[in-house]
Design a protein around this ligand. Structure first.
Ligand code: NAD
Ligand code: UDP
Ligand code: UDP
Length: 319
């Protein structure tokens, strides 16, 4: 693969036109990698990667990871999968296929190339957790037949496949459990809580808090998350994960709504809506492992991250 050109590392990013994927592509190019971005544009958009399209180190392929893919790369970041409950429940069978068939195809590709492969797993593997905060050793509390199961069980099965390819074929793997992440390039109609609240506040519409708003989440700013992802990929081979990457700061949805209203200076009021089925009541990462193995911890507090995200939504979708 060295050919006659000077050698750059070639990296495949599936889901590269999505929220996290586009930030990852940008960071990889900035450090000198060649990036192959694979996406079927189900929830991602070309706008997210428009600024990279003219770069000679960036290439895109419109492709659905549930089908085989033959390319030559040195590393694979497997991010392809809708992440918002609204989108992953829209076509739940396709969601499971994306996680499971997508993982099999990308693992098959990695096996043929002996390439290092990282899986974007999720805190959803812990379900509605009975242990708080969640360490990686916790096996979770997941409903196998509910509306969130296509995502939760799909991601759990993908983790199983990663560890079986590792044990059976000695494949170098990295499994990253991502906790709620937010920032610029979230889709404005994505349905996730941060984008919903910001768009509602900027438009002066009611802020839709599901249930009584006492459920908690821990929000990580995208730049911190991508730093953790790259550190995990570059970590020694014996560090396979699973490893939690997220911000341990924990907030209720009512607190989040109040922050967003204050930071936008909005006159929006809070309106309660029914709590979706199987909505986890609490979520906070235990990041002891990330701190010790990757020397990583988040640096951007919620207030700063929200300000940057509000600025993005205001300038792109409201002004
Ligand atoms: P996103 O929806 O913005 O990005 C997902 C990308 O995958 C999109 O560009 C979409 O078009 C693409 N995609 C979906 N199905 C595909 C398929 N079959 N073939 C090819 N491409 C496909 O979501 P995101 O927030 O950027 O999430 C990226 C990854 O990180 C996902 O795997 C998600 O499960 C995981 N994750 C994200 C969060 C978070 O808070 N953002 C939390 C936990 C896990
Ligand atoms: N695969 C792929 N690209 C490759 C190699 C394999 O998409 O470069 C797919 C292939 O279609 C197969 C899957 O990955 O279905 C799993 O591959 P593996 O070699 O593990 O299994 P097998 O081919 O023996 O079923
Ligand atoms: N939520 C809310 N209002 C919204 C969207 C979401 O109160 O407009 C709540 C949702 O019920 C959940 C939390 O915010 O308790 C996080 O939801 P999100 O869809 O962002 O991600 P999840 O962590 O549930 O996958």
């Amino acid at each position: 693969m060295t050919g006659i050109r000077s050698y750059n590392r070639r990296v495949l990013v599936t889901g590269g036109a999505g929220f996290l994927g586009s930030h990852l592509c940008e960071r990889l190019i900035a450090r000198g990698d060649e990036v192959v971005c694979v996406d079927n544009y189900f929830t991602g958009s070309r706008r997210n990667i428009a600024h990279l399209l003219g770069n000679p180190n960036f290439e895109t392929i419109r492709h659905d990871v549930t089908f085989p893919l033959y390319v030559e790369v040195d590393q694979i970041f497997n991010l392809a999968c809708p992440a918002s409950p609204v989108h992953y429940q829209h076509d739940p069978v396709q969601t499971t296929k994306t996680s499971v068939h997508g993982a099999i195809n990308m693992l098959g590709l990695a096996k043929r190339l002996n390439a290092r492969i990282l899986q974007a797993s999720t805190s959803e593997v812990y379900g509605d957790p009975a242990i708080h905060p969640q360490p990686e050793e916790y096996w979770g509390n997941v409903n196998p037949i509910g509306p969130r199961s296509c995502y939760d069980e799909g991601k759990r099965c993908a983790e199983t496949l990663f560890f079986d390819y590792h044990r059976q074929h000695n494949l170098p793997i990295k499994v990253m459990r991502i906790f709620n992440t937010y920032g610029p390039r979230m889709h404005p109609n994505d349905g996730r809580v941060v984008s919903n609240f910001i768009m509602q506040a900027l438009k002066g519409e009611p802020i839709t808090v599901y249930g009584d708003g006492s459920q908690t989440r821990s929000f990580c700013y995208v730049d911190d998350l991508i730093e953790g992802m790259i550190r995990l990929m570059d970590s020694p081979a014996e560090v396979t994960g699973p490893i939690n990457i997220g911000n341990p700061g924990e907030f209720t949805m009512l607190e989040l709504a109040e922050h967003v209203v204050a930071l936008t200076g909005s006159r929006s009021t809070i309106e309660h809506r029914p709590l979706p089925q199987d909505d986890p009541k609490q979520r906070r990462p235990d990041i002891t492992k990330a701190k010790s193995l990757l020397e990583w911890e988040p640096t951007i507090p919620l207030r700063d991250g929200l300000e940057r995200t509000i600025h993005y939504f205001r300038s792109h979708f409201v002004d």
